[in-house]
Ligand binder design. Sequence first.
Ligand code: CP
Ligand code: NVA
Length: 326
Amino acid sequence: MSISTLRLNIIVQSGRKTMKNHLLALKYFNKQQLQSLIVRAIMLKNESADDILHNQLTGKTACLLFEKPSTRTRVSFEAAMYGMGGQVIFMPARDSQLGRGEPLKDTARVLARYVDCIVVRTFGQDVVAELAKYSTVPVINALTDLYHPCQILSDLMTVIEQKGAPENLKIVWLGDGNNMANTWIEAASIFGFSLTLACPEGYDPDQTILKEAQQRAQRPITLLRDPKEAIADADVINVDVWASMGQEEEQEQRLAIFQPYQLSSELLGLAADDAVVLHCLPAHRGEEITEEVLEGPQCVAFDQAENKMHIHKAILERFINSGMEQ
Ligand code: CP
Ligand code: NVA
């Protein structure tokens, strides 16, 4: 091979990873696009149950760059990547040069030369945005302080499995107006279902996200204080920890404030008889949910946890192989 042919090959190959297409928040996508991910995840789940093997990501590598702890998201992304024939490099942010001050823009450009996708769990939404700005491969938000988009897609998949299309359901959020609540709010405005939140004063969801979602929503997105009023006749009830990762020092103070929002059998009794309970886990029994409700027949938290792997397969396949218009 001549030097000029070799040079041409290098140029062609280095142009391979030019698609810029990221999953940073649900709001950048429409209902049809997000629904198609859920439909694909259900298909992959059914095929896996029939022992059908998948190889759509053979030869592809994802880097998981995590700055916060994780059990489900990390392992389900890893299992999803391997399950589709790909491979994973897990990199705790503290063990990388980021921990010693290397800029995000340099990190993004370097990682994008090695891998086909960067899955990030971090604090600020600005971190995933900055990585996405400089990465030539997809950046996937695996939780920030503001959003948890992949989780809400698996939660919606679980709702659809349990109750059918979400549009006619009363979906309720109880507790902290955190990253999960913010993402449910965006999902409600995109998918067109009604969402009722009950949060204690001072712990509201992000006001900008709430207002923007309310403006474009087809059905009401309502913020209440009273958990009993919110849960009345609910079809789906969501709870989450009262102190999210990074808020550990507020844990004690929050226990007293959030006590009325605990999902007990008594509170659950006000919902529809066939209501289902979702919890993204990890659960703090005796805090946001009682042992009885978490282990009871209405709770589908472990199906939710399983569905994370199926939705992650669909997300990785779509973003790595073809992308989704933004
Ligand atoms: N639900 C969820 O994101 O769990 P992990 O923190 O264990 O990933
Ligand atoms: N709101 C929680 C979700 C954990 C999956 C947190 O951010 O810690």
